[in-house]
Design a protein around this ligand. Sequence first.
Ligand code: TRP
Ligand code: ZN
Length: 474
Amino acid sequence: MTPLRRQPARRRTAVLRPGAVLATVPVALAALVGATGPTAVGTAGASGAGDPYFPLSGNGGYHVRHYDLTLGYDPSSRHLEGRASLAARATQNLSRFDLDLTGMKVTGVTVDGTRAAFRRDGQELVVTPGRTVGAGHDFRVTVTYGGTPKPVTDPDGSADGWIPTDDGAFVAGEPQGAMTWFPANSHPKDKSSYDITITVPQGRTAVAGGELLGQHTAHGRTTFHWRETQPTAAYLATATVGNFQVERYTTRDGIHVYNAVDPREAKAAAPVLKQLPSVLAWESKLFGPYPFRSAGSIVDHANVGYALETQTRPLYDSAPDIDTLVHESAHQWFGDSVSLTAWKDIWLNEGFATYAEWLYEEQHGGDSAQKTFDSLYARPASDELWAYPPGDPGSGANIFGTPVYARGAMTLHELRKAVGDRDFFRILRAWAADHRGGHGTTAQFVRLAGQLSGKHLDGLFHTWLFTKGKPNRA
Ligand code: TRP
Ligand code: ZN
């Protein structure tokens, strides 16, 4: 078993964008002003969510409760037409706010039905409503836009966002790519429900997360209406388009499964996808109830180099093997339901999903987790596994590197050995339950592990998560 499969195929040495340094800190003038409504004094929402790895991802001053995206995609011209209607709530008196959006031409913005001024500034769509939105007030932003979406190139060299394929598009937004196809508060700190209505040429299928509410064909085009009611980070939304074979069923546990498979991958995918219900049932025993009502897989035929745990319905660039299916399914608990507040905590996603693979192998006739740990630990101090500590990857270029996946999983294995199986799985289940549908930080996980086990674990976490170089054997 190769525990490192999901690294980008085209990983490159880190080259950080030179401009990506300063997140604007909002001046809290508005806090001094109690009034809301038309006469309120407002300030501009921050241009970023305050994440040093991706300073412009996300925005300050508001929360998006719901995205209503109406899209049309023509694979032959690669033209995407969109209208995004966002139900938002101001978290400060807001005179101006940003959305994240790259490329695409914006043709109009309204706030509460009234035309708003806007300008583009790099990945920021800067919106100035006719009047200040009072803190705590709900407001609706509608953006109409169109163009040829271009994927972003991440600091590690991988492509992310709306990635055209020979029959549609592979739409994967981690960590930055949501802004390539819809205007968003694009940081996992902000989670929202989604309605995605997408029209494609008849014969193509457009797949998003959650439930398919309706599908109809007219004038040679088919419209798919998807709804995800559970809080979703923008990077976990998709609207993947292609020639897909569709299969739908309900599991014994009442989960609605929708699989979409590129026919070129169907033969290889079938035996693995067949195991989804048993994988989800097995993970539910370990991690607690599956956090969503819908599930499934999107198996595309694209050269992207990674899979993504899109919420309820992971996205694969080719037929996955069982370990990859287990990994992306585990993310539904760890990453999707319990989300990051900062990208530096990415081991909470990748270390956990990788450890789920080890556990699966251990319990299904493969190597024990201890054996997987040992073979990794045997790597020399010069190996990339020890290049940086998983709890502090140092930059956005490192978030999908070997230390995050493998040493992150090794950290969990060390925890398991320190507290014993009973407490280890109690900790995992409590983590998933306590933060379900929300967020969790490394500090919170460390605290929970200590509380539930009654053990002093600070040394263990310090060594495995935060200490540079290869840790000494305990
Ligand atoms: N989170 C994905 C996984 O582990 C991997 C991933 C998503 C990725 N986007 C990426 C890896 C960009 C490299 C580059 O399943
Ligand atoms: Zn992963």
